[in-house]
Design a binder for this molecule. Structure first.
Ligand code: SAM
Length: 235
């Protein structure tokens, strides 16, 4: 790990955000049971306010998702922390994220020392995240504009895969791109109202163990996923 893979310290004018961030970690994340010290440290370090649009910057450390444009959202901080903890990310891990959005989840993973590949279907969001993440100092994040349904085969296999948009089914290409021992965290549900955050673990023999962790509500996974999982036209 080199320092260039981490967020540069806040400028003095951003000190106000450092204390908001500490409060966010204490009251929204640790208080709800996220315990991994590396996750808590990363959440204390990543300047979330630099990854949201100017008009919502004042709310960057609130306990809520926020609009980031193009009808999309940055997830609630607690959900980001929980997904990261479930993925058991370690320095040097190769991690795939589907749904870059603002780039915040990718930044948390990179802050923990992972190499991150992240795919965003809305091209202007991918472009903005690429610029913002580099400006903060993350050089260990690869951003691609495109459909994440098929994953990133050239960079596979991954130690973990995080899908940050709601799926009706688990995309098989993403399962295939997990290493033995790898973990996937993905919101799954037949409708937006009944999603659960699901943890899948690929065992050494390739079999999958899975469990639903808690109810969530994410914006939908679109693209190829919607085509394959959408309602079938009667014959
Ligand atoms: N992880 C993001 C962050 O930290 O800001 C939040 C993700 S937002 C809840 C979900 C994102 O998934 C949206 O930006 C949306 O455009 C994107 N998305 C939806 N379907 C996708 C697909 N098939 N491939 C890649 N990205 C997709």
């Amino acid at each position: 790990m080199t320092a260039s893979c981490r967020a540069e310290p806040d400028a003095p004018s951003d000190d106000v955000f450092a204390s908001s961030r500490s409060a966010m970690v204490a009251h929204q994340i640790a208080a709800r049971g996220v315990r991994d010290p590396a996750v808590l440290d990363a959440m204390r370090a990543v300047p979330r306010h630099r990854l949201v649009p100017e008009n919502v910057r004042a709310f960057a450390y609130e306990d809520t998702p926020l609009p980031i444009g193009w009808g999309q959202t940055i997830s609630q901080p607690y959900i980001v922390a929980l997904m990261t903890e479930l993925a058991q990310v370690k320095p040097g891990h190769r991690v795939l994220e589907v749904g870059t959005g603002s780039g915040y989840q990718a930044a948390v993973l990179a802050q923990m020392g992972a190499q991150v590949w992240t795919i965003e279907i809305v091209e202007p969001l991918a472009e903005r995240a690429r610029v913002d993440l580099l400006a903060i100092g993350y050089t260990n994040i690869h951003v691609r504009a495109g459909d994440g349904y098929l994953g990133w085969p050239e960079a596979a296999p991954f130690d973990s895969v995080l899908v940050t948009a709601g799926a009706t089914h688990v995309p098989q290409p993403l399962v295939d791109q997990l290493k033995p021992g790898g973990r996937m965290v993905i919101p799954v549900g037949s409708t937006l109202q009944n999603q659960s955050l699901r943890l899948l673990v690929k065992l050494e023999d390739g079999t999958i163990e899975e469990r639903d962790v808690l109810p969530v509500r994410f914006v939908p996974l679109t693209g190829e996923h919607a085509e394959r999982g959408g309602p079938k036209t009667p014959e």
